[in-house]
Design a protein around this ligand. Structure first.
Ligand code: TNX
Length: 537
């Protein structure tokens, strides 16, 4: 009895220490977006709770990546890996350092004796950990207990093709909570996307607190009902919401911790009914409007004849630039009818005074004036491709949505461009031609394969190509009342667009699909809702 007791007891203690079974490594290295080079070999590194993360370079942002990785492992290992800074003698370690690579580039070397990560910047290191996340075995993703987590032996060298990889969320048509927005940012981060374009104002709702103009959120953030949205349970009753400035700061910080810049959009001069409903003196007629309850284009836009309009927008942007450190500030510019300007004596007087011959030129006048204001604050203006139609300076950035034509035109004349054409980047469109059983959507049909086929620089020579900053997925939310549906529309198409932005030159849809399928295991682990039309075997 005694002879048996000690070995049994020790075995029990040992299994308590390792706290779970050995979890076998993944069968193949499947990463989305596809890395530049992957060389896998046999063997594994055994990651356990005694493995250390050693940060060899002195940069506090590296701690973000260590925290992120620990957040993934802790449920399985039962504790966080120890993080050490400075020298690291231990071989049982993940050694992290900054090296002479492009800013977002990274290298990963996983060998049986240890892991080494080199990043061109802390962002590169973060992307390395996002890649290693995709090497974690499924039970670990699910948070099942593990004593030893095998990581496959592999050498990866990687860097993105485009500097701008964006995802846009429209919170004007439907409002999404701070937690939803954070989850949207997490989803972007998983796909190595580095810009969150936050579409904050619309005809149907003004969503950002502006201290100087409190009516914008007291009045403009709420609409009485919404006629066109049977899918949305909230829309037969008053509906709305907004983010306080503290919440906006919280989102900016949350995104920055994931190496994502938040680009705010304040729509001007169109899609402005919520603003005009808050302050009637912003419109051509001064009438009292209601916050809009239906979708589509509205001809009630900011009056360009009144100087008070410019005082207003500058007052708004002053607070916006204080909240958002992004170099780029989006001022909208899309779908702005000129009918009201044509009827407006003040707008006609502005045209006369400025020597303008067409009402459309009033938009160019306004855009240039706002760009000057933003420049004086050290920021760059970005706008939808309509800003090209009324004369735009070379320094404005053009977001091409009406196909890639606007982007091509802009790149040819030397403007920087982000490609986000409806044909490939509009995730509010159906994902299948057979829409029976699909949640109501804006229309159109944008299957996964089509997203993957986007070739952002087609039609441009090598000099013009340098003007294409990157690509962006747009999620307009007229028919997306909640975040589960937002995920469904976003995923897995975002996987395809992420690869267009990160590794556009080496695309092969048949080779992409199995990797994407593996990525959906992560979606499952995170509880994300996603469309499965293109994923069946
Ligand atoms: C056009 S894209 C819009 C949005 C709509 C979207 C619907 C753009 C700059 N404007 O206001 O939500 O179409 O797909």
């Amino acid at each position: 009895m005694k002879a048996l007791f000690w070995p049994v007891c020790c075995a029990g203690l040992l299994s308590l220490c390792s706290c779970g079974p050995r979890v076998a490594r993944v069968e193949s290295v499947d990463i989305v977006p596809r890395p530049v080079t992957v060389e896998a070999s046999d063997g594994a590194f055994d990651l356990t709770r005694s493995t250390k993360i050693c940060l060899l370079s002195d940069d506090t942002m590296l701690l973000r990546s260590a925290d992120f990785f620990n957040g993934l492992l802790q449920p399985s290992l039962g504790r966080a890996l120890k993080v050490e800074t400075g020298a690291c003698a231990d071989s049982d370690a993940i050694r992290v350092e900054l090296g002479d690579l492009a800013p977002e580039a990274y290298e990963i070397s996983i060998r049986p004796e240890g892991v080494r990560i080199v990043g061109g910047s802390p962002a590169g290191v973060y992307y390395a950990f996002q890649t290693i996340r995709q090497l974690l075995p499924e039970p670990v993703l699910r948070g099942e207990k593990a004593g030893v987590v095998e990581l496959p032996v592999v050498e990866i060298a990687d860097q993105p093709y485009f500097a701008y990889r964006g995802g846009m969320l429209d919170v004007g048509r439907h409002f999404f909570s701070v937690d939803d927005v954070k989850e949207f940012i997490d989803i972007l981060a998983m796909h190595k996307i580095n810009r969150f374009h936050w579409h904050l104002t619309q005809d149907q709702g003004w969503r950002i607190e502006i201290k100087k103009y409190p009516e914008l959120t007291r009045v403009g953030a709420f609409r009485d009902r919404c006629d066109l949205d049977p899918a949305a349970p909230n829309d037969s009753v008053p509906y709305g919401g907004f983010y306080t400035q503290d919440e906006a700061r919280e989102i900016v910080r949350y995104a920055a911790d994931r190496f994502i810049t938040v680009i705010p959009e304040i729509e001007f001069p169109g899609h402005a009914v919520a603003a005009l409903a808050s302050y009637p003196w912003l419109s051509c007629t001064g009438e009292q409007y209601e916050v809009r309850q239906t979708w589509d284009i509205d001809d009630r836009v900011f009056c360009i004849g009144r100087d008070s309009t410019f005082r207003f927008i500058e007052g708004v942007l002053e607070e916006v630039v204080a909240l958002f450190p992004s170099t780029y500030i989006h001022i909208g510019g899309d779908e702005c009818p000129t009918d009201r300007w044509e009827q407006c004596p003040r707008c006609r007087e502005r045209m006369r005074a400025e020597g303008l011959t067409r009402p459309r030129q009033l938009q160019g006048y306004a855009t240039t004036r706002i760009e000057r204001f933003l420049s004086s604050h050290g920021r760059r203006l970005i706008g939808w491709d309509e800003i090209l139609d009324s004369g735009v300076s070379r320094t404005a950035v053009v977001m091409s949505w009406r196909g890639t034509e606007g982007g091509i035109r802009a790149a040819r004349q030397g403007n920087e461009v982000v490609m986000a054409p409806t044909t490939h980047c509009y995730f509010d469109y159906y994902q299948t031609a057979d829409t029976a059983g699909e949640p109501l959507a804006w229309g159109g049909c944008l299957p996964l394969e089509k997203v993957y086929a986007l070739s952002p620089c087609e039609g441009l020579d090598s000099v013009q190509r340098a003007s294409v900053l990157g690509v962006q997925a747009n999620l307009w939310t007229e028919y997306i009342p909640d975040f589960a549906q937002a995920q469904y529309m976003l995923l897995p198409r975002l996987g395809a667009l992420a690869e267009v932005g990160w590794s556009p030159g080496r695309k092969d849809y048949a080779e992409f699909l199995p990797r994407l399928k593996r990525l959906t295991r992560f979606y499952d682990a995170c509880g994300y809702v996603y469309a499965k039309h293109s994923l069946a075997d």
